[in-house]
Write a protein that binds this ligand. Structure first.
Ligand SMILES: [Zn+2]
Length: 312
């Protein structure tokens, strides 16, 4: 048995045909061109799926279901997508219905972070565990919770928004309307924003030579001995560690798996995050929990959507 898996992102649409063991039998992607609005994006999604299903070696595989991962908010049972911030014009879109009708296969929707969590659980850094929390740290900070092998959806499918727990009560405003959320302290753009603030304060730093310093610049200069960059980076990692500690204390998962662009910093991220997290976790035996890098790389969205369809 195999499934078609579709990962809908604000920048690209990626899809694959994946078998039960997580092997990718075919893969394709096209740019989302999200600013063209809903209809053109929907027809690109269907076109990509149709193209994969019609490839000669796939026609014989027997694709039985379609799994779709899409930025939330979503209503999984009703198959609806509501105004994801990176998909303009998507207001209450009956996505499951549309794909099901166009491609003729039962379709299951999941929000992208939950799908990625399930992908890592099934095929990546969560393999062999019973419970994991997955976090993605990039433009935003998202999360997914797998408890006893199943996604924990919560009321209105709203669980897992790790990026929006408060870690700094009087911190900067967050896109969600709150202040001092983890996302406002430790996401890529928030690290870049703090680098700009450090430059504007007039302190001596090589960040000031860059027109638009990114989180990647901050960690690179920090590793290279720039004290201001090191301070900005260390501060962001402290808050990330506080967020991870909260998650571990509350859920006691076997593993916390962290992926997303900012984790390209490798041990420069994991070392301080582990240190801050372990300083704060008092009631869960820390040697029973691992904080690990994600293992699936850029195809986590496809493999996650596949796991959603295979589990259905
Ligand atoms: Zn927030």
């Amino acid at each position: 048995m195999a499934v078609l898996a579709i990962d809908i992102g604000g920048t690209k649409l990626a899809a694959g045909v994946v078998d039960r063991d997580g092997r990718m039998l075919a893969r394709g992607e096209v740019p989302t061109l999200a600013n063209e609005g809903l209809e053109p994006v929907l027809s690109r999604i269907v076109g990509l799926g149709r193209e994969l299903l019609s490839r000669p070696k796939i026609a014989d595989v027997g694709v039985q279901r379609i799994g779709v991962g899409c930025a939330g908010p979503v209503d999984i049972k009703a198959g609806l997508v509501f105004r994801p911030p990176n998909l303009p014009g998507w207001t209450r879109v009956p996505l499951t219905d549309h794909i099901q009708r166009s491609l003729g296969l039962p379709t299951i929707l999941e929000n992208d972070a939950n799908a990625a969590a399930l992908g890592e659980f099934r095929y990546g850094a969560g393999m062999g565990a019973r419970s994991i929390v997955y976090m993605t740290v990039s433009t935003g900070i998202g999360g997914g919770i797998i408890l006893d092998g199943k996604v924990w959806h919560g009321v209105k499918d709203a669980a897992g928004e790790i990026g929006h727990i408060t870690v700094c009560p009087d911190g900067p405003p967050c896109g969600c309307g709150n202040r001092g959320c983890l996302e406002a302290m430790s996401s890529g753009p928030s690290i870049a924003r703090r680098a700009r603030a450090a430059v504007a304060s007039g302190r001596q730093t090589r960040l000031s030579a860059l027109a638009n310093p990114t989180a990647a610049d901050v960690v690179r200069l920090a590793q290279d001995g720039d004290a201001v960059a090191a301070e900005v980076w260390a501060d962001a990692m402290k808050y990330l560690g506080i967020g991870v500690a909260a998650v571990i204390t509350f859920l006691a998962p076997e593993r916390v798996v962290i992926g997303g662009g900012v984790t390209k910093a490798g041990e420069s991220l994991f070392r301080p995050v582990r240190q801050h997290a372990w300083e704060r976790v008092k009631l869960v035996p820390v040697d029973s929990v691992s904080i690990l890098p994600a293992a699936l790389g850029p195809d986590v969205g496809i493999l996650g959507a596949a796991a959603v369809a295979l589990d259905a």
